[in-house]
Design a protein around this ligand. Structure first.
Ligand SMILES: Nc1nc2c(ncn2[C@@H]2O[C@H](COP(=O)(O)OP(=O)(O)OP(=O)(O)O)[C@@H](O)[C@H]2O)c(=O)[nH]1
Ligand SMILES: [Mg+2]
Length: 689
């Protein structure tokens, strides 16, 4: 493929609820422009865009993929994203590197929750959006109904830039209201508007002209004087209005049958800005100062790694050039890693295929393999400029599983494979939970985690089983108490002797451990005080109630006794450890559990159910908001009650609800639950014996 200059490039993200036909639309583009000789099918597993094993299994996209499409002198970098909300991380990556967003609405189902979320996400990032009503050929399509669903569910001023000709089984094509041409049939060329649609087209065009005039003051004046605008002026006006978020144009299409697709491409090339037109890019320079530069070959190099893909052959980095030119076989400065990396042969990505390219101009997107230590979110620049672009914003994880290696060889590969999985997908994280000694994998939902575990198997040959994670409880005290503890051991030769008087005092629940000595007159000598402290610290790892870490406590050693022969440091360690536990038992010990701040967004009808459910989860509702047709409930909920919320909310709302959660603080556990946990821990200890 030839190199395209910045002005001829259009980077466009395709987003929507799952199954609206994004991937199929791209398959049609690839077929229509002669890239493929047979149209790929998601159902049959032959789609060029859905090439990952998990995508073929599920007949649905799981990760983003790119299709460079040459059309009428333009190069479109279409980025296909998964519609399933668990993979929102891929959508966020696509939004970071594109200047336009094509939001798909399914013609029969109308606007679904997923569509709404991605439409808003694009709006928050101030990206121009075009709505495409797709699958216009399906039985029971009713254009009025789908338009109503758009007005009811999405914020914005929507305007037709096309009129559909027919709907459902009689969907024949579209009329382009900017150029006043009709496109009838599959892969159509422009023809005159059919006589019976002339009046409707004229009327719709007037609405379009009015919307376009809003985008530009000079055009508004001209429109008042002359009551009309030229095709070029309509485009200028619409682009201006889209940039300000004032207008969202609507297109109509049936991607699978190819009716309306050529017409859609023509308008998309006109409506979306080139990378340069979209405005300067933001970065920080070598001093950390915020700067902006034009998206231009003349700007200093700033190439951003927005995705990393790992497979058995190694690492592939997906790169978007914001400033300068990225050349094959060059050396660049990885600003985030603080080191030089060698760029091998640059490629354009087309689904699983790759096409070599000599260089990527500003604004373009490509990939390269084996890019040193470069990770997602790194910026490649030159050492002097050291431009750094802000990382992709991603949400906090909302679901977790504990992963257990199946065999001994899996144990050895555990951390390496988890590191590779999480490098590839930044909405996936893992850590070892000290309190429960479990390896926790966290992500955006049950399916997300399920697929991650499958990937570990298919890509890295590691087998994991998963369980619901144990809750990382903590133990603390509520009042001051004292204990006198003697450690004495007489086994043949040298004995052990240590006696300590320990007082424990309650601190804030989240305060770090403190230790103090009130030993006067040398009742025990300094090294033994230190050994006592060491023992106390050891005790913190497993509390006396149920074996969870101890927090919010101060230990004071205020007296003690040593033996001239048998006192050793190890004896004082034991005395410190056991003395602290003993003192705690009379200090009103309680257990703490992690509390999360949760925000749930659902269609207003579900509000009652959600509130009732929150109560049964021991949630404390903090507030409710209304945003359009959606209700938002904010609550504080114990983690113990949120472990299956991703799946529960899905079934409560038929997949129409979403939520986010963030750790807030540790809180007291109600007594009856605490008793259950202590009892459970006691049983487990007994079983271990
Ligand atoms: N009737 C009709 N069906 C279509 C059309 N486009 C896609 N489909 C079908 O709709 C289903 C989903 O299409 P996809 O292209 O996988 O949808 P997607 O938006 O990529 O879905 P996700 O990747 O899950 O977000 C497939 O079975 C397609 O064959 C269309 O224009 N008309
Ligand atoms: Mg898809």
């Amino acid at each position: 493929m030839k190199e395209y200059p910045t002005g001829q490039i259009r980077n466009i993200a395709l987003v929507s609820h799952n199954g609206a036909g994004k991937t199929t639309f791209i398959e049609r583009m690839l077929f229509m422009t002669g890239v493929t000789t047979r149209m790929g099918s998601v159902q049959a597993g032959t789609a060029a865009m859905d090439f990952e094993e998990e995508e073929i299994d599920r007949n649905s996209s799981v990760s983003l993929s790119i299709a460079p499409i040459e059309w009428d002198g333009y190069k479109f970098n279409f980025i296909d994203t998964p519609g399933y909300m668990d993979f929102v991380g891929e959508v966020n990556a696509a939004l970071k590197v594109t200047e336009g967003v094509l939001v798909f609405v399914e013609a029969v189902a109308g606007v679904e929750v997923g569509t709404e979320i991605v439409y808003q996400a694009a709006g928050h990032r101030e990206k121009p959006r075009v709505l495409i009503i797709n699958k216009m050929d399906r039985e029971n399509v009713n254009v009025n109904r789908v338009r109503e669903s758009i007005s009811a569910n999405l914020d914005g001023n929507f305007v037709n830039v096309q009129l559909p000709v027919g709907e459902g089984e009689s969907f024949k094509g579209v009329i382009d209201l900017v150029n006043m041409k009709a496109y009838l049939g599959e892969n159509a060329k422009p023809v005159d508007i059919p006589a019976d649609m002339a009046d409707a087209a004229e009327e719709a065009r007037m609405e379009l002209v009015e919307a376009a005039a809003e985008g530009d003051d000079a055009l508004m004046e001209k429109y008042f004087e002359e009551d009309d605008l030229s095709s070029e002026e309509i485009i200028v006006g619409l682009k201006g209005a889209m940039k300000q978020g004032l207008v969202t144009p609507i297109l109509y299409c049936a991607g699978e049958s190819g009716v309306g697709t050529s017409a859609a491409l023509n308008l998309i090339s006109l409506l979306f800005p080139s990378p340069a037109e979209a405005g300067e890019f933001e970065a920080t320079d070598a001093k950390g100062t915020a700067v902006t530069h034009p998206v231009s070959d003349q700007s200093p190099l700033a190439a951003f790694v927005f995705k990393t893909r790992e497979d058995t052959y190694g690492k592939t980095s997906y790169i978007r050039v914001f400033g300068g030119i990225l050349e094959s076989d060059s050396r660049v400065w990885d600003v985030n890693q603080g080191q030089e990396v060698r760029v091998g042969s640059l490629q354009l990505s087309r689904g699983k295929d790759q096409l070599p390219i000599g260089k990527l101009h500003s604004g373009d997107i490509g990939l390269v393999t084996k890019l040193g230590d470069a990770a997602t979110n790194d910026t490649l620049s030159d050492k002097g400029s050291a431009l750094k672009i802000a990382p992709i914003e991603q949400p906090n994880p909302i679901a977790s599983v504990a992963v257990h290696p199946v065999s001994q060889s899996d144990v050895a590969k555990l951390s390496q494979s988890l590191n590779r999985l999480t490098a590839e997908d930044l909405t996936l994280t893992w850590h070892t939970e000290k309190a429960t000694r479990e390896t926790i994998l966290s992500g955006m939902g049950v399916t997300h985690l399920d697929i991650a575990v499958k990937k570990a198997q298919s890509k890295f040959g590691v087998n994991f089983s998963t369980t619901t994670p144990k809750v990382p409880y903590r133990e603390t005290i509520t009042k001051t108490s004292e204990a006198d503890y003697t450690h004495k051991k007489q086994t043949g030769g040298a004995g052990q002797y240590a006696r300590v008087f320990i007082r424990v005092e309650s601190l804030d629940d989240d305060a770090d451990f403190e230790f103090a000595s009130e030993i006067f007159g040398g009742a025990i000598s300094a090294p033994f005080v230190a050994a006592t402290e060491k023992g106390c610290r050891q005790a913190l790892e497993a509390g006396p109630m149920a074996g969870y870490p101890i927090v919010g406590l101060k230990a004071v050693v205020y007296d003690g006794k040593e033996h001239p022969v048998d006192s050793k440091e190890i004896a004082f360690q034991t005395a410190g450890r056991e003395g602290l536990k003993k003192a705690m038992l009379n200090a009103g010990p309680v257990m703490l559990e992690p509390i999360y701040e949760v925000s749930v967004t659902v269609p207003a009808d579900y509000m009652g159910d959600i509130m009732g459910d929150m109560n049964s989860r021991r949630g404390r509702v903090l507030g409710m908001d209304q945003e359009g047709t959606k209700s938002i409930v904010r609550a504080e909920v114990p983690l113990a009650e949120m472990q299956t919320y991703a799946a529960d909310l899905r079934s409560m709302t038929q997949g129409r609800g979403v939520f986010s959660m963030k750790f807030l603080q540790y809180g007291r556990i109600p007594t009856h639950l605490q008793e259950q946990i202590v009892e459970q821990a006691r049983k487990e200890r007994e079983e271990e014996k």
